[in-house]
Design a binder for this molecule. Structure first.
Ligand code: ZN
Ligand code: ZN
Length: 377
């Protein structure tokens, strides 16, 4: 395996990050690489700019289909340090390591190409729009993807702040469910000299924030992974002549299970109607960017564990799910999924930060684990 080439490719991807839903260049670049390995089938524009390379045994017969996934998208962040391979797209950055995950899957494509295999079909999926939580849903609605009968799926994520090249597994919930709750308070704007002619939502917003914060904290007392944070509060402009008529509040809520998240939404609904009692305007609540919890398949975790042990790598079982969310969970509604982590070292910058960079020493490990899983499946 030409690892230096994969590292170069990873850095090239890093230089050309694209936001969710706009991964056109990345998709084309991935396709040009995959074509070298001549997959039996290459699907383009899946659920957006998604790509799937499908490797089928020579006799065309298979009784099992195994999927491996990487993500195409980057984040709306400004890379705040100077790397030789820094982002060329200002304000967009591969700050989650999806560039590295793609390099791993391209390395796996080469491994598959060199193998003589029978009875199994392998799908290497490069999914779009992971960061917004929309990509997997779009794929699952794409008829071409829907028609693929998939028996199980695997994905990995790099984990900064965890021991380098240690494999982190977890049975059950690996990553939490999450959603953004947006609350819009609609009153009536007026001249600041005649506030009585308008309906200013400020006090209602203040009361709501106090109320919901208390309620959610109490609600999550029995779920150590349940948490909430206010992500934006918007009302008026920095001026003094107007009494504003609208306010918006955003809360990101996380929970161990989808069920618990649904209950948190109901709780927010009742807090909204409680706050609305004395408000002369209207209040609406909506859910944004929902992520299903990633619930790992037991057999899949067993296989990751076995693969790691056979490769002589360190392994650690997480006691708690990771607090962040991953779009991979959505696929779990259609076929068993398994997500695991590879530690990226204790000292690197965290995911979604402006000084993050993917640790290239994980590429080889990732390929080896996926390859071993293929053998075990
Ligand atoms: Zn991310
Ligand atoms: Zn990610």
């Amino acid at each position: 395996m030409d690892y230096p080439k994969l590292v170069r490719l990873r850095k090239e991807l890093h230089q050309h990050p694209e936001l969710s839903g706009q991964e056109k260049w990345t998709s084309a670049r991935i396709i040009s690489e995959l074509q070298i390995f001549n997959p039996g089938q290459l699907m383009e524009n899946l659920g957006g700019f998604g790509v799937a390379a499908i490797f089928i045994p020579e006799n065309g017969r298979f009784d099992k289909t195994i999927l491996f996934r990487a993500e195409l998208d980057a984040l709306p962040l400004h890379e705040s340090w100077d790397l030789p391979h820094s982002s060329k797209n200002s304000g967009v950055m591969h700050a989650c390591g999806h560039d590295g995950h793609m390099a791993i899957l391209l390395g796996l494509a080469k491994k598959i190409r060199k193998k003589t295999f029978s009875d199994k079909r392998y799908i290497l999926l490069f999914q779009p729009s992971e960061e917004t939580g929309r990509g997997s849903g779009q794929l699952l609605h794409d008829d071409r993807f829907k028609d693929l009968r998939i028996d199980c799926g695997y994905a990995l994520h790099n984990l900064p702040g965890y021991r380098e090249n240690t494999v982190y597994i977890k049975y059950g919930t690996f990553a939490c469910a999450s959603a953004g709750f947006e609350i819009v308070f609609k009153g009536k704007a007026s001249h600041a000299a005649y506030p009585e002619q308008g309906v200013n939502p400020a006090l209602t917003v203040a009361g709501f924030i106090r109320e919901i914060s208390h309620e959610l904290s109490h609600f999550f007392e029995d779920d150590s992974n349940g948490k909430h944070t206010f992500t934006f509060i918007k009302m008026g402009e920095p001026a003094f002549g107007m009494s504003p008529g609208e306010a918006k509040v955003g809360i990101t809520v996380r929970a161990s299970t989808d069920e618990k998240l649904k209950e948190a939404f109901k709780l927010t609904e009742s807090a909204v109607s409680q706050s609305g009692k004395y408000f002369k305007g209207t209040i609406t609540l909506s859910r944004k960017e929902p992520f299903t919890a990633v619930i790992n398949h037991q057999d899949g975790v067993d296989k990751v564990k076995k693969a790691t042990q056979e490769l002589g790598l360190q392994i650690e079982e997480l006691t708690d799910p990771l607090p962040w969310s991953e779009d991979f969970g959505e696929f779990g509604k259609k076929f068993p999924v398994t997500l695991f982590g590879i530690g990226a070292g204790m000292n690197g910058s965290p995911l979604h930060s402006e000084t993050y960079d993917f640790n290239d020493r994980l590429i080889e490990t990732g390929i080896h684990i996926f390859e071993k899983i293929m053998e075990l499946e």
